[in-house]
Each structure stands twice: as structure tokens, then as C-alpha cells.
Design a protein around this ligand. Structure first.
Ligand SMILES: [Zn+2]
Length: 290
């Protein structure tokens, strides 16, 4: 199977340092394996797409020399494919309507919802998938293997929300299959969602990609860098220095002579040197960037 990797940003704002780390790592792993590298815009929730953010993200990738292959995919244009997947899961008898509030499940993902046996009368319902009582093991190329019991630790998750939007879990699995993604290198904030996605892949008879979850970049308060805690947008005028910093944090330390070199030169070196086993399992505090 040929290597196909991807970077899949959510366009809720500009890229920050943590998302750049994910972009660079997925790019290098793909190129070092003579693979292709695709970009998918995860604009699943159009009202949350920040104006101008898609252009800003693409411009940023371009400025860092991260040139993608083939056409972009936009989740906002993929409703038909998600509906087909939902129809297949429904045909398999795995889907049920649930009228419980999001708050009930946010407080406890294993909240004892009885909608499966007592179908709700309401019209506004979310659709959930029933999970079997089995263990799923993921062999992660960075973090190692993890096993989760689906029914006891994941809980029946939403595939379509009350407002008709499809869940991230369903969309990402359908899109990875459509783009024939063989390797997913992404932030470890998504690590614990992987067994659920693996289960959907099995139900839909998709190939399972190889996963590698990068350590989360945190600020000096131990918070993940995100729009919520005001991670700064990247200063594109400092792209070479920022790229050196990313490579350092990925365990691929750039030789001094290359530290200020143009991004293309740094990437060309990094592709030849890329070793995923050198990526640290934890990363701390790029406080210069928050
Ligand atoms: Zn319910």
C-alpha cells in the first residue's frame, strides 16, 4: 500500500505553533516515506469557520514550504458521503435516536441514556451508535499501543447531532477512507478518540490507517496551545526560526548552519533525516510563542 498522509486543520482561526508541529510532522513522515501529503479543511461546522481563516491557513502552509498534493478536500462539501455512511450504519442496526442533552453526556460520556430501549418522542434527536462490549487495540507509532474497552470507556457516541451536523468521529473516518489515507500523524488530543474511529472503520469495511500521535505542545501553565488560551498566530516573517524550533521539538535537531536557512532547505534536510522514533513522547512549554 502506498503512503498517503494528511493534515486536517479546523478553520476556526489561524494556525498556531501546536498545529504547525502537526503539519510539519505529518509532512515529513509522508515525504520521508516517498508518500503523498494531502490537506483537508475540517469545516464541518460552517458557522464556526472564522472568516479568512482558510486562506490564512493555506498561506501559512505555503510560507513554511509545506506544499500539498492534489485538490483540497472540504468537509462542508461532503454531506452526501456522510449520509451514505449513516445509512449503512443504520442498515446494520447500530444507530438509535437520543433526546438527552449534550450537558448530560459532557458531564459523563458513560451517562446511562435509556433512549435505545425507550425511543424518544421528540423530533429533535441526536443519532448515536451502539458500541459492543469488546476491547480495541491501537498500535501507535509514537506513543505505543493502547487498548480501550469500547462500551465501558468510550460510550455510545454521536454520529449526527440534533442540529443535523455530522460528528467529527464519523466525518474523519469517512474522509480518511475517501482520501485513502494510510498514515495519520496528529496531535495526541485525539489519541483517546482513535478506538472509536477504528470501530467505525470496521463497521464500514474501511482500511485502518497507521496512527502516530504527537505530544501536545503546552504553554508554561501546562495548557494546550489553542485559540481558547490565546496561542499567538504565527509570525510568518520568522518562518525559518520557527521551523527550526518545530524540528527541535520533534527531536530532529537542525545543524547550526541550517537554523536560519530558508524553509525549503531545512525541510529538504529534515526529510532525509526524519526518524519518527526520535519524536519525544512529551513536549513542554514553547513559552516564547505564547
Ligand atoms: Zn438518550
Amino acid at each position: 500500500m502506498s503512503y498517503v498522509g494528511r493534515f486536517a486543520p479546523t478553520p476556526s482561526g489561524a494556525l498556531h505553533f501546536g498545529s504547525l508541529v502537526a503539519a510539519v510532522a505529518s509532512y515529513l513522515d509522508a515525504r520521508a516515506n516517498n508518500g503523498s501529503w494531502l490537506v483537508r479543511i475540517e469545516d464541518l461546522d460552517p458557522p464556526r469557520t472564522a472568516p479568512g481563516s482558510i486562506d490564512a491557513i493555506l498561506c501559512c502552509l505555503d510560507r513554511f514550504g509545506l506544499h500539498w498534493d492534489g485538490p483540497l478536500m472540504f468537509q462542508s462539501q461532503r454531506q452526501g458521503a456522510y449520509l451514505d455512511a449513516l445509512a449503512e450504519l443504520t442498515k446494520q442496526g447500530r444507530i438509535y435516536a437520543c433526546s438527552c442533552s449534550r450537558a448530560q453526556f459532557q458531564a459523563n460520556p458513560l451517562y446511562n441514556c435509556t433512549c435505545l430501549t425507550n425511543p424518544p418522542a421528540e423530533k429533535e434527536v441526536a443519532l448515536r451508535i451502539t458500541l459492543p462490549s469488546i476491547n480495541v487495540t491501537i498500535n501507535d507509532t509514537i506513543i505505543g499501543s493502547q487498548t480501550q474497552h469500547l462500551a465501558d470507556t468510550v460510550g455510545d457516541f454521536v454520529v449526527q447531532r440534533k442540529d443535523q451536523l455530522f460528528s467529527y468521529q464519523l466525518a474523519v473516518v469517512v474522509d480518511d477512507a475517501e482520501q485513502k489515507i494510510s498514515h495519520v500523524i496528529r496531535g495526541s488530543d485525539l489519541y483517546h478518540q482513535t478506538p472509536a474511529q477504528t470501530w467505525l472503520q470496521r463497521c464500514l469495511s474501511y482500511n485502518q490507517p497507521t496512527y502516530g500521535h504527537l505530544p501536545i505542545i503546552t504553554n508554561d501553565q501546562g495548557q494546550k496551545l489553542s485559540k481558547q488560551n490565546l496561542a499567538a498566530a504565527l509570525d510568518l516573517s520568522k518562518a525559518p526560526a520557527l521551523l527550526s524550533e518545530v524540528l527541535e521539538r520533534l527531536g530532529q535537531t537542525t545543524p547550526c548552519a541550517l537554523r536560519q536557512a530558508p524553509v525549503e532547505e531545512q525541510l529538504a534536510w529534515a526529510i532525509t533525516q526524519w526518524d519518527i522514533t526520535k519524536v519525544p513522547k512529551r513536549m513542554q512549554d514553547p513559552n516564547a510563542f505564547v
